[in-house]
Write a protein that binds this ligand. Structure first.
Ligand code: ATP
Length: 289
């Protein structure tokens, strides 16, 4: 029965810190096995939205539903269904790596929990007995990711899970995110890394000043807002020159054929619109700052 309900539903959520309206009516859904990238500049309202969806804040109006259950009316039930990886959520620093997971498993009353497979997945099996406080920043981040998965959640909220990690750790975390989605988990992923969002997400939502300004697949956004072009370099009697052909122009085919037939052709590059360029076009803002 619950399988019929979308894992995440945000229905016209509004939230204000006193006078400051941080979230001004946000609605979206995330389906099973879907990764939704949540993108926006600092202060756009991403964390506030996630806090409402995970029950840490009560919305001024609107509803947050997890698998059809109201987050604020069925809090305990909802907490058992979700996994959360937030930067400010602290680990138990004096416990060992393994104890952190075992402790969390007890909170969920899991009887046959084995931390080791989970620690292997995030590359921390050999640090199982170390105290959490002795881990590096990236290792702590990976431990928080593992902790978010202890209850095999149907819904994952990940706030900047790869922020500040080295490329190998980031890759490991991305692989885990993909595996969780393949298992059927719905994932809401905030990131400032546009390439990461593009690579991982089925759809991305652009958040700006408390509102969703675009929500679609990266491909559709690029088709709708981006310019595609081909850039070629050719050498001839006057040296090297660059020719750019916009693919949406009527005579693009003729220009491309002429260039390919040209003996001086050196390189051809397609220039795809990036999510970053589209974001700036839609909001007039860059992501950082
Ligand atoms: P970032 O990318 O920096 O994490 P964000 O999109 O997650 O940004 P929020 O943290 O949701 O943004 O903040 C939205 C707005 O609400 C900002 O103007 C911020 O200053 C404000 N805000 C956030 N938390 C509080 C708080 N506890 N008290 C008052 N204002 C807050």
């Amino acid at each position: 029965m619950t399988g019929m309900q979308p894992p995440i539903q945000a229905q016209d959520i509004r939230y204000a810190y006193g006078e400051l309206e941080a979230v001004k009516g946000i609605s979206f859904e995330v389906g099973p096995g879907e990764i939704l990238g949540f993108l926006g500049p600092n202060g756009a309202g991403k964390s506030t939205t996630i806090k409402v969806l995970t029950g840490q804040l009560s919305p001024c109006s609107g509803r947050a539903l997890i698998l059809g259950r109201s987050v604020h009316e069925h809090s305990a039930e909802v907490q058992a269904l979700i996994g959360v990886c937030f930067e400010e959520k602290n680990l138990y620093l004096n416990m060992s790596v393994k104890e952190n997971l075992d402790f969390f498993a007890r909170l969920f009353s899991l009887k046959h929990f084995d931390a080791m497979p989970l620690l292997r997945r995030v590359g921390l099996a050999d640090r199982a007995k170390d105290r959490a406080k002795n881990l590096s920043k990236g290792m702590k981040q990976r431990l928080m990711m593992a902790r978010a998965l202890v209850n095999s959640p149907s819904v994952l909220f990940l706030d900047e899970p790869t922020d500040g990690l080295d490329p190998i750790s980031s890759q490991a975390i991305r692989q885990v995110i993909r595996e969780e989605a393949a298992r059927g988990a719905a994932v809401l992923l905030t990131t400032h890394d546009m390439l990461e969002a593009d690579a991982l997400s089925q759809r991305v939502a652009f958040i700006n000043e408390g509102r969703i300004v675009a929500l679609d697949t990266p491909e559709s956004l690029k088709l709708a807002h981006g310019k595609r072009s081909v850039k070629m370099r050719m050498h001839g009697t006057q040296g090297v020159r660059e020719v750019v052909v916009a693919l949406d122009e009527a005579d693009a085919g003729d220009k491309l054929r002429a260039a390919v037939a040209d003996e001086g052709l050196m390189t051809i590059h397609t220039e795809e619109a990036t999510l970053e360029a589209i974001f700036i076009k839609l909001t007039g803002r860059r992501l950082e700052g």
